[in-house]
Design a protein around this ligand. Structure first.
Ligand code: TXA
Ligand code: MG
Length: 390
């Protein structure tokens, strides 16, 4: 039996790949014009075809850590490399609808009708759907992917490197975000290297991710349908194109306590946490009074503090903050920059990261979902809530 890759003392190779050299025809046929990109994709695909083989690769949302959805040894290698709790299931990634039908659905199983308008509009792209596993004796999916649950999740990424890698390997790829568990999700190859070097054999470096946070996860197997995780496709868009059924979509409780039953296991874990303490400011106007008051009340003078501004915060006076970064004004820009900036200012060794919250509509819902989980304290207007770090 092949030695599981994750237990080896590995050096992690990072190979640059050129996304612009990869093309899919409207029928889904792949062509790669740059030889070194093609060689890197073939190398990565060969690793994925080995039991226990895992590779990190870019998607349009965040970098993923992939392994075969059909091989328990590979899925276990993913959990081990990330230190991810085994009860938090993984999303399977496909390069075509045909792959979903032939490699993930059990014999006789169909894609539920309710998903047709969403698949039509949002695939390939940052939307993940929940499907029943059906008869687990017939399902080809490793039970480690679903954490032995009755459902599985799937999406078709639009990023050419992700789609080409899946297509060349010929297998559906289970891939969580390629960060160490509890850390902010990686949007650049360097973030993956920081968290997982020595734990995985290969990172395909395709530059920065366009969306910058993870896919939207929806469950249409229940009525009313549920938004399990806000993400790259805003809920408003799902309502807009999904017809009457999807207009009823409910956003499940944003954060669940440890002992409560949860709809999506990812909700109950500590997430997206830099080493510095994150304090989020909401409904605080231009931020000047609220941030100054917080510093005074908590005697933070002399501490190193980073400020991440977005839509409304004013340029602060000199000397208050060690670092000041603009996340951008639009939802799309904030979404793209947020994880990278959390990581970057954390690397500068600050004690606190103050971040400006945004209204919870359109991209704002997913942004606030991530920022809320990353924060240990939320200051809403004048009121302060301690979230606790675990
Ligand atoms: O954009 C993305 O979705 C990225 C890229 C790599 O594709 N992947 C990603 O995976 O974010 P991960 O593992 O970090 O987050 C998957 C989320 C978790 O919250 C998990 O609990 C939920 O999806 N999930 C997975 N399978 C599920 C299932 N069968 N039922 C409910 N929730 C599920
Ligand atoms: Mg994740």
């Amino acid at each position: 039996m092949a030695k599981p890759v994750y237990t080896d003392d590995l050096s992690t190779q990072v190979i640059k790949v050129d996304r612009d050299s990869i093309h899919f025809s409207p029928e889904g046929k792949l062509s790669v014009t740059d030889t070194s990109t093609e060689n890197a994709l073939i190398k990565a695909a060969k690793i994925l075809q080995q039991p226990g083989g895992v590779v990190a690769f870019p998607t349009e949302t965040v970098y993923g850590l992939g392994g075969s959805s059909l091989c328990t040894e590979s899925v276990k290698a993913i959990y081990a490399a990330k230190h991810r709790p085994a009860d938090n299931p993984l999303i399977s990634h496909i390069s075509s609808i045909e792959m979903l039908r032939s490699k993930l659905l059990a014999p006789g199983q169909e894609i539920p009708e309710v998903y047709k308008p969403l698949i039509e509009k949002f695939w390939p792209g940052p939307l993940t759907i929940v499907l029943p596993v059906g008869d687990s004796n017939k399902s080809p999916i490793s039970p480690a992917v679903t954490a032995h649950g009755p459902t599985f999740t799937v999406r078709m990424p639009v990023h050419p490197i992700a789609r080409a890698l899946i297509s060349i390997s010929g297998i559906p790829i289970a891939a969580p975000s390629a960060n160490a568990s509890t850390r902010p999700s990686p949007t650049q190859a360097a973030h993956v290297y920081h968290d997982l070097k020595g734990r995985i054999p290969l990172i395909l470096d395709g530059g920065a991710c366009d969306v910058g946070l993870e896919s939207t996860v929806v469950d249409g197997t229940v009525d009313p349908p549920m938004l399990l995780r806000p993400g790259g496709v805003p809920m408003e868009k799902i309502k807009e194109v999904g017809g009457p059924f999807w207009q009823k979509i409910i956003h499940v409780k944003k954060v669940a306590g440890k002992n409560e039953p949860v709809r999506t296991p990812g909700m109950k874990y500590r997430h997206y946490s830099p080493t510095a303490q994150v304090v989020m400011f909401l409904n605080c106007g231009n931020g000047t009074d609220a941030t100054h008051n917080y510093i005074a009340e908590h005697r933070l003078n002399g501490k190193k503090i980073a400020l991440l501004r977005s839509k409304r915060f004013a340029e602060p006076e000199d000397g208050v903050f060690q670092v000041v970064r603009d996340l951008g004004r639009s939802g799309k820009a904030i979404q793209k920059n947020m994880f990278a900036e959390l990581r970057e200012v954390d690397e500068l060794g600050v004690d606190y990261i103050f971040v400006e919250g945004v209204p919870e509509d359109h991209e704002g819902l997913a942004i606030m979902n991530r920022l809320t989980k990353a924060s240990s304290v939320i200051v809403d207007g004048g009121k302060e809530t301690i979230r606790g770090r675990d």
